[in-house]
Design a protein around this ligand. Structure first.
Ligand code: PEP
Ligand code: MG
Length: 325
C-alpha cells in the first residue's frame, strides 16, 4: 500500500473537483533535494539555511554559501526554492557570537532580529541568495517578523546588497519574490499591512502555535496544550489566508500542520495555495488531497469555525475522515 502511494507521488495534488494545491518540501541540507524529487515534491517551500552556520567555529564565507545555494537552485530549477534567511538564536546559536545569556531565548534576539543587529552577517547571506537567484527559481523570506518596520529594514539591506552586486557586475534575478513568515500573533493581527510589503506569506505554525497559545514547543510538560486544532490557531491561520488573498498575494503553510492529515482538509477549505512539509510526508498528503473535494473542505471549515473547543473540532474532523477514507 505504501509502495502504491509512493508510485503515485508525481501526480499533481488536485482535488476531485479540480482545485490545485502546490505541495512543496522543507529541507535543512542541500543533500535532501534527492528525497524531495523522489517523493514528488514540486519545489522547496522552506530551506532552513541556519544549519550551515552551526557546529563550527568560523562563519561561512559568501563564496561558500553562494556555491551551496547555486547547487540547490540549479538542481531544483525550474521548480522553486524558498530560502529563509537565518533563523538563529533561541535554541540555535553560533559559537562565534558567544552565548547571549537570555532568560527567555524564544522571545529574545533571534531570527530577523539577530540579523538586523548584525547587518554584516545578514548581508553576506543576502548577497549569496541573490547570486544564486541567477541560476534558478529563487524566492527569499524573512523569519519571525513582528512588524512592518522590520520588513522594510530587511528590504533596505536587500536593496543595498543588490546595488553592490550591480556595481560589481554580478548577476542576480531583479524580480526575485520576497516573502515574510507569519509566526507571531502580532504578524497575524497586521497581516493586512504586511501583505502590502511582500510578494507572499508563509505561515510557520510551529512557532505560531507556541506564541499564540503560550506553550513552549519543546516543553513536554505542556505539550498537551500544543494544539493545531485549537479554535485560536485555526482563526489565526484563516485571518492570514484571507488577508493575503485580499491583497492578491499567495500564502503557503510550512509548519508541521501542513503534513497533518487532520488539518489538511481544513487548510484546503481556507484556500491555502501551497503546503510545505518534510519530503517523506509528500506522497501521503498528495494522496489525501486527490481524494478530497473542495466543496466538502469548505463545509468542514464552516462547521469547524463554529466550534468553541478543541474536542468538538477533533470530533468533526474525525467524522469527516471516516466519511472519506
Ligand atoms: C515554523 O515555525 O512553523 C517553521 C516552519 O519554522 P521552524 O520550525 O524552523 O521554526
Ligand atoms: Mg519558526
Amino acid at each position: 500500500y505504501t509502495r502504491k502511494i509512493k508510485r503515485q507521488c508525481n501526480l499533481p495534488a488536485e482535488t476531485f473537483d479540480g482545485s490545485r494545491v502546490q505541495v512543496l518540501s522543507n529541507i535543512e541540507l542541500v543533500e535532501e533535494v534527492a528525497a524531495v524529487i523522489d517523493n514528488g515534491g514540486e519545489g522547496v517551500g522552506l530551506y532552513r539555511t541556519e544549519y550551515a552556520y552551526l557546529n563550527r567555529t568560523d562563519l561561512p564565507t559568501e563564496d561558500e554559501l553562494t556555491d551551496k545555494y547555486i547547487d540547490l537552485a540549479a538542481i531544483m530549477a525550474p521548480r522553486k526554492v524558498v530560502f529563509r534567511t537565518l533563523d538563529l538564536g533561541s535554541d540555535k546559536f553560533i559559537s562565534t557570537f558567544g552565548e547571549l545569556n537570555e532568560t527567555n531565548p524564544a522571545m529574545g534576539l533571534r531570527a530577523i532580529r539577530f540579523c538586523l543587529k548584525n547587518p554584516q552577517l545578514f548581508k553576506v547571506q543576502l548577497r549569496a541568495i541573490l547570486r544564486a537567484s541567477a541560476y534558478g527559481n529563487v524566492s527569499m523570506m524573512f523569519p519571525m517578523i513582528s512588524g512592518v518596520k522590520e520588513v522594510r529594514q530587511a528590504k533596505a539591506w536587500l536593496a543595498q546588497a543588490k546595488a553592490e552586486l550591480r556595481r560589481e557586475g554580478l548577476d542576480y534575478d531583479p524580480n526575485m519574490p520576497i516573502g515574510t513568515m507569519i509566526e507571531l500573533p502580532a504578524a497575524v493581527m497586521i497581516a493586512e499591512y504586511l501583505a502590502h510589503e511582500v510578494d507572499f506569506f508563509s505561515i510557520g505554525t510551529n512557532d505560531l502555535i507556541q506564541y499564540s497559545i503560550g506553550v513552549d514547543r519543546t516543553n513536554h510538560h505542556v505539550s498537551y496544550l500544543y494544539q493545531p486544532l485549537h479554535p485560536a490557531t485555526l482563526r489565526a491561520i484563516k485571518m492570514v489566508v484571507d488577508a493575503a488573498h485580499q491583497a492578491g498575494i499567495e500564502v503557503s503553510l510550512c509548519g508541521e500542520v501542513a503534513s497533518d492529515p487532520f488539518c489538511v482538509p481544513i487548510l484546503l477549505g481556507m484556500g491555502i495555495d501551497s503546503l510545505s512539509m518534510t519530503p517523506q510526508a509528500i506522497p501521503g498528503i498528495k494522496r489525501i488531497i486527490r481524494q478530497t473535494n473542495m466543496h466538502d473542505c469548505r463545509k468542514l471549515l464552516k462547521d469547524v469555525l463554529q466550534c468553541r473547543t478543541v474536542s468538538r473540532i477533533n470530533n468533526l474532523v474525525m467524522d469527516n475522515i471516516f466519511k472519506h477514507f
